[in-house]
Write a protein that binds this ligand. Structure first.
Ligand code: NDP
Length: 251
């Protein structure tokens, strides 16, 4: 199947983990793919992997080094991307970080950083692309939130607030732009095997595993498959929703 033939997609944080899996899957489904990240080496490697997954050599693949929390930089890079691809049909806001600590020990810097990278970034990209999507009278935006945005988690007040904020943003924007043919949804991953979770202690990993009815950690492709559904026309009557992909952690 070529669910994204003729479509152009931007995936933030496409240089690693879940974002890279989404970028590879989108290329394999026929899309032109652009990724945002901050690490030059990871970006170059990811571009190679995405190119290898293409079904046609004519599909464009490109990366931009940009900090998604910086409004002006994001705006400039998105104008460059629009000039190169001509349009962006699909936006996946996936870039994200954690800076965990109990609130009593959480610095203002770590609060601001997590809110800016995880949430302000969504404002930055959506706003920069809104004019072109509205003109095209179509588009699909998928925001990668987290089960933690639904449940909260001790030690993650900044992260949970940013992820819950993404859900409120998604529902509001979905209502604002539905009449223009643009859909906005979230995917909420549970516990997925990436560098973000690689640093957790064995005790924490065991405690999380015990709460997963399907009895295992997820892999990035399992999130990418859900994002593909929401990005493609398969979900053309779905907007403002949160699709939880977590092995049953939050039921
Ligand atoms: P990774 O740490 O593996 O990858 C994070 C990605 O975000 C990288 O590509 C990184 O690029 C990019 N990134 C980080 N900061 C910035 C920035 N300031 N500007 C641009 N890009 C940035 O994380 P995951 O793949 O695990 O997570 C992806 C998303 O999924 C995140 O939003 C995360 O919160 C969410 N999620 C993950 C879960 C999990 O269990 N793994 C569970 C629930 C949600 P670079 O290194 O090039 O800067």
């Amino acid at each position: 199947m070529q669910l994204l033939k003729g479509k152009s997609a931007l995936i933030t944080g496409g240089t690693a983990g879940i974002g890279k899996a989404i970028a590879i899957l989108f290329a394999a489904q026929g899309a032109d793919v652009a990724i945002f990240g901050t690490n030059n080496e990871r970006a170059a490697l990811a571009v190679q992997e995405i190119e290898a997954a293409r079904i046609s050599q004519e599909q464009k693949v490109t990366s931009f080094l940009v900090d998604v929390s910086k409004t002006k930089e994001v705006d400039e890079v998105i104008q460059k991307l629009l000039a190169s691809f001509g349009k962006v049909d699909i936006l996946v806001n996936n870039a994200g970080i954690t800076k965990d600590n109990l609130l009593m020990r959480m610095s203002e810097e770590d609060w601001d950083l997590v809110i800016d990278v995880n949430l302000k970034s969504v404002y930055n990209t959506c706003k920069a692309l809104s004019r072109s999507m509205m003109k095209a009278r179509s588009g699909s935006i998928v925001n990668i939130t987290s089960v933690v945005g639904l449940t909260g988690n001790p030690g993650q007040a900044n992260y949970a607030a940013s992820k819950a904020g993404m859900i409120g943003f998604t529902k509001s924007l979905a209502k604002e732009v539905a009449s223009r043919g643009i859909r906005v949804n979230c995917v909420a991953p549970g516990y997925i095997d990436t560098q973000m979770t690689g640093g957790l202690s064995d005790a924490v990993k065991e405690a999380i595993l015990a709460k997963i009815p399907l009895g295992r950690i997820g892999v990035p492709l399992e999130i990418a498959n859900a994002v593909l559904f929401l990005a493609s026309d398969l979900s053309q009557y779905v907007t403002g929703q949160v699709l939880t992909v977590d092995g049953g952690m939050v039921i």
